[in-house]
Design a protein around this ligand. Structure first.
Ligand SMILES: Cc1cc2nc3c(=O)[nH]c(=O)nc-3n(C[C@H](O)[C@H](O)[C@H](O)COP(=O)(O)OP(=O)(O)OC[C@H]3O[C@@H](n4cnc5c(N)ncnc54)[C@H](O)[C@@H]3O)c2cc1C
Length: 385
């Protein structure tokens, strides 16, 4: 850090990305304020997979013990026919010895991030209305009339980020599928196996993952012509869709109706930049991706760690160039791969799907360990400065 004046940052959005960025910048010696439009913080969705890259990133933010206390290990990831016959699988621990992924509920993750904020103020009920850059940084105004100024503005305001739209001219688009997801109550007779399993049918997928407490996180996705498609989806439609396995049906049966979350998938194309001047785009605001690799939040957390490394010198003008140099190529790759992940289940016609499954069976094992190691290792951002 240079000079005696503490550099300042405004973070807009208190999702996983914004809260992680607040912790990371605070640890880098910045004075941070977080502004969130919601009056109370309610996590959207149910649960998340965190892969070793995000686990290492959260550990580097001082959350090692808190994270382990809320997590269930996730080692084997498999794709199967609806009746359970495996198409392909890999184990994280075989690709990265000694490692697994972790499954967490979104509310638990949010709680440990909030605890990690420490003294950084979180202003709820502040919806960003206007912002501009000036010679000394960035100025913001919220709909409630509050104004603030800082050396840096971090827009972590999610997939529909107004800041990102204004800077890039790009908006998220419907990806053509959506569905139902939920966190079940404990599922008797099906103890955790550190397993994440997806069943693929034509234009439909069902996935389930182990969550602490014997619960399952499950989702059902199917092709939909427009984003209103999932609004009418019922749990009966999920149960009747295919001859899902006993475990899949048990997870659905153990889910109270008020725990069902309807969703429609939207994503952006790979980003061309991650901000301009003193304005930084982070998380879904920068690179909203389809959920097929389970890396959207992981990449938001990585953004935060890289941002902290880029900001450590305390020189505001140096932050965006460093952050962008370290992150742009990697996040573009995740956005592209996440889109490819929906090809087989959602985009290919039936005959091509059979070919794709055959190819997956034969080449998955050979390619995956190399890819997994490359994607799931946290780059050493401190060293890249
Ligand atoms: C079905 C599904 C499954 C997924 N599964 C996984 C997974 O297993 N693993 C994984 O890593 N990722 C997963 N993701 C992706 C992950 O959910 C997102 O990438 C992640 O939550 C993005 O976090 P964020 O903080 O960038 O954005 P958000 O969580 O959207 O947070 C943005 C925040 O900004 C606030 N905000 C918005 N506009 C304003 C404004 N004008 N003023 C003030 N505040 C504002 C919002 O209220 C919100 O709190 C999944 C996504 C989906 C849809």
């Amino acid at each position: 850090m240079t000079g005696a004046i503490t550099p300042t940052a405004i973070i807009v959005g208190a999702g996983i990305g914004g809260l992680s960025a607040a912790i990371s910048l605070s640890r880098a010696g910045w004075r941070v304020s977080v502004f969130e439009q919601a009056e109370t913080l309610v996590p959207m969705g149910a649960a998340l997979s965190l892969w070793p890259n995000a686990i290492d990133a959260l550990d580097s933010l001082g959350l090692h013990d808190a994270l382990r206390a809320i997590s269930e290990p996730l080692d084997e990831v498999a794709v199967a026919e609806p009746g359970g016959t495996r198409i392909a699988a890999f184990r994280v621990s075989q690709c990265l010895p000694g490692r697994t992924g972790l499954m967490v509920t979104r509310s638990d993750l949010q709680a440990i991030l909030l605890a990690g904020l420490g003294a950084a103020p979180l202003h709820l009920g502040h919806r960003l209305a206007d912002w501009r850059q000036d010679a000394a940084g960035a100025a913001v105004r919220f709909e409630n009339g509050v104004e603030a100024h800082a050396d840096l503005l971090v827009a972590a305001d999610g997939i529909w980020s107004g800041v990102a739209k204004a800077l890039t001219g790009v908006d998220a688009r419907h990806a053509g599928y959506g569905g139902l997801l939920a966190l079940s109550d404990a599922v008797p007779d099906h103890p955790p196996q550190a397993l994440g399993l997806e069943y693929w049918a034509q234009g439909e997928r069902f996935g389930h993952f182990d969550i602490r407490g014997g619960r399952k996180y499950w989702y059902f996705m199917r092709n939909e012509a427009d984003p209103s498609g999932s609004a009418a989806m019922t749990v009966e439609a999920v149960e009747q869709a295919h001859g899902w396995t006993v475990l899949a049906r048990a997870a659905v049966a153990a889910t109270p109706a008020d725990k069902l979350v309807r969703f429609s998938i939207h994503a952006k194309p790979p980003p061309r930049s991650l901000g301009t001047g003193r304005i930084i785009l982070l998380g879904d605001a920068a690179h909203a991706m389809e959920p097929n690799l389970g890396q959207g939040a992981c990449q938001a957390i990585e953004d935060a760690v890289a941002l902290g490394a880029a900001a450590r010198s305390g020189v505001p003008d140096a932050v965006l160039p460093l952050y962008q140099r370290m992150r742009l190529k990697r996040v573009r790759q995740f956005v592209r791969l996440s889109r490819q992940g929906s090809m087989v289940a959602h985009r290919l016609p039936r005959w091509q799907m059979a070919v794709a499954r055959f190819l997956m069976r034969t080449i998955f094992g050979a390619l995956t360990p190399f890819q997994i190691r490359r994607l799931y290792r946290l780059p050493d951002y401190e060293k890249q400065i």
